[in-house]
Design a protein around this ligand. Sequence first.
Ligand SMILES: [Zn+2]
Ligand SMILES: [Zn+2]
Ligand SMILES: [Zn+2]
Length: 359
Amino acid sequence: MRFHTCTCGQPVFFNNSLCIACGRAVGFDPDARQIRGLDVVGDGVFQYLPPDSPSSVSPTRYRFCENLQACGCNWLIPAQAEAPPLCLSCQSTRVLPDLTRPDNEERWSRLEAAKRRLLYTLLDLHLWGSHSHLPAGLPLVFDFLESLPSEAPVLTGHDSGVITLNVQEADDLLRETIRLQMREPYRSLLGHFRHESGHYYWERLIQGSARLEGFRALFGDETADYAAALQRHYQQGPPPGWEAIHISAYAAAHPWEDWAETWAHYLHMQDTQETAEAAGCYSDLTPPQIDPALLSEEGIPPTPEMALFAERISRWVALTTLVNELTRSMGQPDVYPFAPSAQVLKKLFFIDRLLSEVG
Ligand SMILES: [Zn+2]
Ligand SMILES: [Zn+2]
Ligand SMILES: [Zn+2]
């Protein structure tokens, strides 16, 4: 995440709808991929004028997404009368739980906030929104459902462009309980969104394409029986030595899950490294030197792209070591409970190449 500033120059968070320094309304323009400090025009219309603009520049006019009050969405829409009342992100939510039931409004707000963070990264990677480089195809939409005692449990997952999330995952107590039961070191709402988006983009970018062969060489044959693979994973756990091949235990269940876990990890890296770079975090770090040869086949010299990616991973290792030390200083568990192996770095590099090809 880049650092966003209000028109007054003060930093504002991505989810803010008010600048606490100057009192201006602030909102996110997904088309410009920037937070805008806004001045009231009247009747729900706001305008943005970049600081120190010459008088010839006319301001951009916006309205807030209709869900600002309901779920705290701070995304902006053009002020034109024909513009839809909901922002790009809220439009992608297809089904909501019964909001008259206790807690569902708060859960919905949390889910939308995590979803906007996912979509921000997808916007930046040109994978979603008006600047997407993908050909038109199956849209990405979201169903937020509540598990009710009288009905079958809602399972978080992806099916043909629809990402379903069990809204109870927004409850810290329940999510933490499942995390411990499943022996997962990391479980978060944003992690769910990133993982499920991986299944969607597998269908958009890998399935039926010339990239399938490269995918299979690294992640395995996805035609293996999926239901049987998951059942085996839940009964027996991951095979011994999975750490040398996969980013997480769950990734060992099936090549599709390996892909989705690695994809989510790439998006974690993308967002966190952008934040660290914006904050100038790297200047005082001494990264270990990751050998680019780890990314190439034995006996074949690494390409310049491999050298660049190895450098990026070197900075990543230094950064995640620092953040873990910081959270340990506060008596908290590691914020980055992962140790990517050489094979995992190859998989992340595959995604990196794919995204630079697409974006
Ligand atoms: Zn301000
Ligand atoms: Zn919205
Ligand atoms: Zn999955």
